[in-house]
Ligand binder design. Sequence first.
Ligand SMILES: Nc1nc2c(ncn2[C@@H]2O[C@H](COP(=O)(O)OP(=O)(O)OP(=O)(O)O)[C@@H](O)[C@H]2O)c(=O)[nH]1
Ligand SMILES: [Mg+2]
Length: 670
Amino acid sequence: MANISISKDSPAPGRPKTTIERRPASAEGQGFSQKLASFSIWREKFVSAIEAYQHWVEQNEPVEGENDLRIYELIESLKSDKLKIAFMGELSRGKTELLNALFFSDYKKRLLPSSAGRTTMCPTELRYDVKTGACIKLLPIETRKTGTTIAEYKQNPVQWTTLHLLKRDSAKELEAAFLEVTKTKRVHTREAEELGLYDPSNEIANRGISIVDDMIEIPCWRHAIINYPHPLLENGLVILDTPGLNSLGSEPELTLSMLPEAHAVVFVLAADTGVTVSDMEIWNNHVSCTKKEQLRERLVVLNKIDAMWDPLRTESEVNKLINKQVESTALSLKENRKIIMPVSAKAGLTAKINDDSELLAKSGINDLELCLARKILPAKYEIIRRKVVYEVSGRVEKSQQLLKAKYNGVDNQLKKLKELGGKNLDEIQEMVSIMRREKKKYEMEIKGFEITRKVLTKQATVLFNDLNLKALDQLIRLTRKNMRESWTTAGLKKAIRLFFKTAMHPMGNVKKKSEDIKKSVDEICHKMHKEYGLPLIRVSALSLVPYVMDLKKLEGRAEVFRNSAAIIVTEQNTVISKFFVVMVSEARKIFDECSQHAQGWFQELASQVHNQLRVHKNIIDKGLESIRAIHEDIDTIGQQISSLEQEKANIAAQLGIVNGLLKKIQKPIE
Ligand SMILES: Nc1nc2c(ncn2[C@@H]2O[C@H](COP(=O)(O)OP(=O)(O)OP(=O)(O)O)[C@@H](O)[C@H]2O)c(=O)[nH]1
Ligand SMILES: [Mg+2]
C-alpha cells in the first residue's frame, strides 16, 4: 500500500520500488495511506494557521502569559499528534500477519515475524518520532519488578535498550531488529513468579506454560517501540501490536491506559478456530466493554478465510459459507455484522508480494483497508475538531471581539471630532472638562475592577486548592493501605469504589465555587455594558463534566479488569499492585488535567474582562488627547481626524487578518 522513498546510500534488495505521494487524491475510493496523507496535510495547514495567529497575538495583543502558553501547548500537541490503532486478539489469530499485509507489503516480504504458536512476546508499538531517529527501544522484562509504569519509563531513556537502525530502507536490518523483539529466555519459576508472569496456584493462567527442571520460558522484553521512518508512520500512524490473552491480564497498563488511548481497536479472530472461550474473554474484558467510551472505532477481522477456500465447492458456495460464519461471529459477539470483515492476511500478503490482483481481491485486504480509511480517519478528525478547533476558534473570536470594540470606539471618537467643526472654543473647553470627568470615573472603575480581580483570584486559589494533587496523593496512600488490609476481592472492590468517590468529590465543590466567581464577573460585564456601552462579554461556565466522565470510565475499566479471569481465580499480588499503580497514575493524570483546566478557565475569564477595560481606557485617553490638542489649536482638527481615520483603517486591516486566520483555522478537511 504505502511506499518508502529511496535513499541514495542504501540500495537494499528488499526495499519498496515507488515513492508514496503526500498529495491528496480524490476522496472516494482513497486507500488508507492516501487518506492519512491528506489528513496529515490538513493538520500541517491547521498548525501553520494557529502559528500565524500566535505570531499575530505576539505583535498585537498584550502579553497574557498563561493564554499564550496554552496556544503554544496546543501547537506542540498537534505537531506530535498520532493516530493510534491497536490490534488485539488471542494467540496466533494472525494479528502480526495482518500488519504485514496491510502496512508493510511494500518490502515484498514478511517483515514482522509471524509464525505458529506464540510469536509477539510483548506489546509492540510501531511509530515514528523524528527527534528519536530510527531505532528499536526495548524495555527489559525485569522492570516489571518495580512499581513504575511503562508510560513513566517512556520519560526515562536510561532503562531502555536501544538498537539503532542505520540504513534507512533495509528490510534485512528491520527483519533482524524485529526478531530481537520476539526473544525469550529461560528463568527459574521463582524469578517468573517475582515478575508476575507465573503463579503456581493459578491453573487457568498457566494454560500452555511448560516447566522443565523448574525453568520456564519468559519474554526478554516488557515493551518494544519500533521507531521507523515508514511513510505511514511518518504521517502519524501508531500501530500497537499486542500478544494474546495472558499478557493482557498481566500488564494492566494495556487495559487501563494503552488500549483506551487508541483511536481504533481491530479485534482479530480466525475462521479456522471460530470464536473460542478465550477469544470471548478478550472481547468482553478488553474490547466490547469500552464501547462508545470515547470517539473510538472498533472493527472485527475474521482472518484466515483461506481455510474455507475449498476447490471442491463453487465460489458462490464458499462465499455463502464465509457469510454464514460472519453471521455467527456477529451473534457470538452481539455485534453488527457490518463491522466484521472476512479476510485472509496470508493470501493478501502473498498477493501483494506477487502482484496477483485476483488473489488480492479474494483476500479481502483491500476492503479492510478502505474500511479503516472510511471509519477511523474521519473519527480522528472529529476528535481534533471537537477538542482543538473549537478551543482555538474561541480564542481567535475573542481577538475579533476586542478588535471590533476598538473599531467602534475609534469610530465614535471620529464622529465626535467631526461634530466639533461648528463649535466655539468655550464649547470645546466644556467637552474637555466632561471627558476629563469621564476619564476619572472610568479610572475609578478600573481600580475597582483590580480590587475585585484580587478578591476573585483569592477565591479562585481556594478553588484550585480543592483540586490539589497533594490531597489526591494522600487519598492514594490511604487506598493502598485499605487494599493491603483487605486483599480480598470484596475488599478490593470497596477500596476502588471509595477511591473514585473521594477523588470525584472535590469536582462538585469546585463547580459550585466557580459559579460564584462567574456571577461576580457577569455583574461587572453587565455594568460596563450598561454604563459605558462596552460589548457584553458572555462568560462561559466552568465545566468539569469531561473529567468526571473520564474518572467514571476509568472506574468502569478498573472494575472490568478486577473482574477479569486473570485476577479472579487467585489474587496475584504482583498483578494487583501493578494494576493499582497504573489505575492511580491514570486517575492522577485526569485530576491534574482537570486542575489545569480550572486554572485556565479563571485566567481566561479575568484576562478577557481586563483586556476589554484596557481597550476602552485607551480609547478614552486618545479621545481626550485629541480634543485637548484641538482646544489648544483649533486648526489641528483636520490632522486629528485624519490620524483617527488612519487608526480606523489599521484596525479594519487587523480585523481582515484575524477573519482570514479564523477561516483558515475552521477550514474543514477536504
Ligand atoms: N492460513 C492462514 N494462516 C494465517 C493467516 N494469517 C496468519 N496465519 C498464520 O497464523 C500463524 C500465526 O500468525 P501471527 O501473525 O503470528 O499471529 P498473531 O495473532 O500475531 O499471534 P501472537 O503474536 O502469538 O499473538 C502464522 O503461522 C501465520 O502464518 C491467514 O490468513 N491464513
Ligand atoms: Mg503477533
